[in-house]
Design a protein around this ligand. Structure first.
Ligand code: NAI
Length: 347
């Protein structure tokens, strides 16, 4: 493709299996005719080791310039060490949407095919809380506290995104997930805003369903086909979106996007998989599907559809699967088959 037509995209390979699956993404985009121009940047544990910064300022500058990025997983130390660079980015770029489509792509499971979109608020709730210890007697860490907040404006912007998404994609139902029976104020404001917004602007466009988070978790596990679009607050969304990924094919198949005013950042849902890093067996599908979401986002819907179709054909017609899906293919073999499928004009 003419370089002038290539959309500039910041490419962050990340840690663990990140470099292996990013190489797969770059190769597959080459087969798609190179619709984007990659601008490599670093972030995460490797960046921290090399430069002392988990989120180097050059990376932030690149993100500001391109407004578009795709990243591999980032290894974040537990409880101690550097703060999650992704959480920092969500705050700095106000990436208030976490969009997680979960679609069954593997045939032959015997379960009905699923297509569940989880829209999670990304910047408020408990994850925006400041945490502290309170000393009692001799124990300086006797009590751990965190103060969460949800704003009406924050609730409204994520609900509006979810409702618009439902309308644009012809969805029939949006389930608003909350815990307003216990957290009457913190979660109540979300539910109240959903009801108001629906009644004022979206009444009749789709069905609005309300569900308490624990009931939602059970129904997702037992009858996931009940769901269409789910919209919820930060912590509940974090948990439910992984649950939805689990029932539709596992973490190796789940893409996601973090979207704000000036930046859209696409990623696989899974982590850096340190247990298999460097073995060449990682499933690159989640990152490739994140690439398809990126293509949709920049208006290249036919390239996105071709990419998804090539992945589906590789998994089901060619029966080429990595070990997380019960197969024996390496990451490179899977990638080569997807590229081969992309040569197929019937896709
Ligand atoms: P993980 O998702 O890395 O791994 C969980 C299990 O799934 C492992 O057995 C792993 O081998 C397998 N797995 C994950 N992705 C796979 C793939 N593409 N192909 C085949 N198998 C795959 O979760 P874990 O072990 O809890 O976290 C490891 C690190 O990743 C941590 O430092 C964590 O903070 C980070 N992490 C980063 C995320 C991000 O950057 N968005 C998201 C989740 C975790």
């Amino acid at each position: 493709m003419n370089q002038a037509k290539q959309v500039p995209v910041t490419l962050i390979e990340g840690d663990g299996i990140g470099p292996e699956i990013t190489a797969a993404l770059v190769a597959v985009f080459e087969s798609l005719g190179q619709p984007v121009g990659w601008r490599p940047a670093s972030m995460g544990a490797k960046a921290f080791e090399q430069s002392g910064e988990a989120l180097p300022s050059e990376t932030v500058a690149s993100l500001r310039y391109t407004g578009l990025a795709i990243k591999g997983p980032i290894q974040t130390p537990l409880a101690v060490g550097f703060r999650s660079p992704l959480v920092r980015l969500r705050q700095e770029f106000q990436l208030f949407v976490n969009l997680r489509p979960n679609r069954t792509l593997l045939t032959g499971s015997g379960r009905p095919p699923l297509d569940i979109v989880v829209v999670r608020e990304n910047t408020e709730g408990l994850y925006a809380a400041s945490e502290a210890y309170i000393a009692v007697g001799d124990d300086p860490r006797a009590v751990a506290v965190a103060t969460a907040y949800n704003t009406r404006a924050g609730c409204e912007r994520i609900l509006r995104f979810a409702f618009e998404h439902a309308v644009k994609h012809g969805r029939n139902k949006v389930t608003v997930v909350h815990k307003a029976n216990v957290l009457k104020i913190l979660s109540g404001i979300f539910l109240e805003t959903a009801r108001d917004l629906y009644q004022t602007h979206y009444s009749g466009c789709f069905e609005l369903e309300e569900m308490i988070v624990d009931a939602c978790a059970m129904r997702l596990a037992m009858t996931p086909e009940h769901f269409d679009v789910i919209v919820t607050t930060n912590l509940f969304g974090d948990i439910l979106s992984d649950l939805a990924a689990g029932v539709t094919g596992g973490l190796g198949m789940a893409p996601g996007a973090n979207i704000g005013e000036g930046l859209a950042l696409f990623e696989p849902v899974h982590g850096s998989a340190p247990d298999i890093a460097g073995h060449g067996v990682a499933n690159p599908s989640a990152l490739l599907l994140a690439g398809a979401m990126l293509l949709d986002h920049i208006g290249k819907a036919s390239a996105a559809a071709r990419l998804r179709a090539a992945i589906v054909a590789t998994l089901n017609d060619d029966r080429v699967r990595t070990s997380d899906l019960g197969g024996t293919a390496s990451c490179a073999e899977f990638t080569a088959t997807v590229r081969c499928r992309l040569q197929d004009d019937s896709l």
